[in-house]
Write a protein that binds this ligand. Structure first.
Ligand SMILES: *[C@@H]1O[C@H](CO)[C@@H](O)[C@H](O)[C@H]1NC(C)=O
Ligand SMILES: *[C@@H]1O[C@H](CO)[C@@H](O)[C@H](O)[C@H]1NC(C)=O
Ligand SMILES: *[C@@H]1O[C@H](CO)[C@@H](O)[C@H](O)[C@H]1NC(C)=O
Length: 351
């Protein structure tokens, strides 16, 4: 038998195995309780919509997103996605761990952004459970050397409604065989007036972080930790986002004033004076990336919306950016036997 004949015999089988291995169905999963409704997909473990009432009881979708999965596949701004293996930027697209240097995809001006060219927001997750419209759990088995990262990693995220006003997001990751950096983040863009209502510059923000990790022009931390006092980054008291508007506006990691006595600390409160909607966020994380979407530029979204500059606010609780390259930043290395746990708790009310 010729090699070609053998190949022809086995190729369909091989393709079938490959196709089976990579085939997971993309679906939509709804959570609802009272007037609070979410739509999620296992493509990127993504939040597609969050519907809540305003102070008059009028419902609106308050997160930016797209109408079709094809648009999520094309997305370059991470609408609603679950980011990993390492959220934010890694300088020079490399790091050294246990004496070995790991090279990663350089997908952002020579650096790695949000887990690389194909991060956790660009893969199809498995659906472990979806119960009574109260919670959904997505899981993903990240393979050895995926986007250059060491070892296998088992990841899960649960989105769960608690009562009529709260959404909990629980992210868990377990390295299987090697130590690896882990820094997951939820990348929803909020606009409390409604996703299609223009910019968020008149939203009021309070951030419980009195320091930031300043960055260079490529948005990589310089390694300093400075006080927000006397800078436009001071949101210790509630302040309008646009009150000290500068070009580009905010894309900064805050060092949270975390209460180590409590599991969850209050991170940020956002209110929209027009709709009366208020969003509070608690987390167990040390950092918050506060991003006011200065890079959006006429992105076509849901229901014919066109999202322009400052159309939304991303509130990404996280470890500090580029921690893998700063030994004195809190470590993001998780070793086999250890468990990474990241909890976010959102509360939606009106006033
Ligand atoms: C969720 O979003 C998808 C994609 O836009 C849509 O087809 C589906 O109808 C939505 N489901 C709910 C319950 O809103
Ligand atoms: C996705 O991008 C491709 C290539 O740019 C384009 O042809 C296609 O129309 C896009 N699809 C959507 C849904 O935006
Ligand atoms: C926004 O997009 C348009 C069309 O693609 C482009 O001409 C313009 O330069 C962009 N503006 C910014 C600020 O990136």
């Amino acid at each position: 038998m010729s090699k070609v004949f053998l190949l022809l015999c086995f190729l369909p089988g091989l393709l079938l195995v490959q196709a089976h291995k990579h085939h997971k169905k993309i679906g939509f999963y709804e959570l609802k309780r009272g007037d609070l409704r979410l739509n999620l997909t296992n493509y990127g473990a993504t939040i597609i919509s969050v519907i809540t009432p305003d102070k008059h009881g009028k419902l609106a979708d308050i997160v930016l997103g797209y109408d079709s999965i094809d648009s999520y596949k094309n997305d370059t701004v991470y609408f609603g996605a679950l980011i990993g293996r390492v959220a934010n930027r890694i300088r020079g697209a490399k790091f050294t761990l246990d004496g070995k240097t790991y090279k990663l995809p350089a997908n952002d001006h020579g650096n790695t952004l949000h887990g690389g060219a194909r991060g956790f927001g660009d893969v199809v997750w498995s659906v472990e459970s979806h119960k009574k419209h109260r919670h959904v759990t997505f899981t993903y088995d990240s393979f050895e050397n995926e986007q250059g990262f060491p070892g296998k990693l088992k990841v899960s995220v649960t989105y769960m409604l608690i009562g009529r006003h709260k959404l909990a997001v629980k992210m868990i990751a377990k390295p299987v065989d090697k130590a690896t950096p882990v820094n997951l983040a939820q990348h929803t863009y909020w606009n409390l007036r409604g996703h299609n209502s223009g910019d968020i510059l008149s939203h009021t923000v309070q951030i419980f972080g009195s320091h930031i990790t300043p960055v260079d022009r490529l948005l990589i931390p310089t390694g300093e930790i400075i006080s927000v006092k006397g800078t436009p980054y001071d949101f210790l008291e509630p302040k309008k986002v646009g009150s000290q508007i500068q070009e580009g506006l905010y894309d900064m990691n805050y060092v949270l004033d975390k209460s180590f006595k409590k599991h969850l600390s209050k991170v940020v409160v956002v209110t929209d004076p027009v709709s009366g909607r208020k969003l509070e966020l608690w987390s167990n994380q040390l950092g918050l990336q506060f991003y006011t979407s200065g890079q959006l530029n006429a992105t076509k979204g849901k229901d014919g919306a066109v999202y322009r500059k400052h159309a939304g606010i991303a509130l990404e609780t996280q470890g500090f950016p580029d921690s893998v390259n700063y030994p004195y930043f809190p470590s993001q290395i998780v070793r086999p036997g250890e468990i990474y746990k990241h909890t976010m708790l959102y509360r939606f009310t009106t006033s």
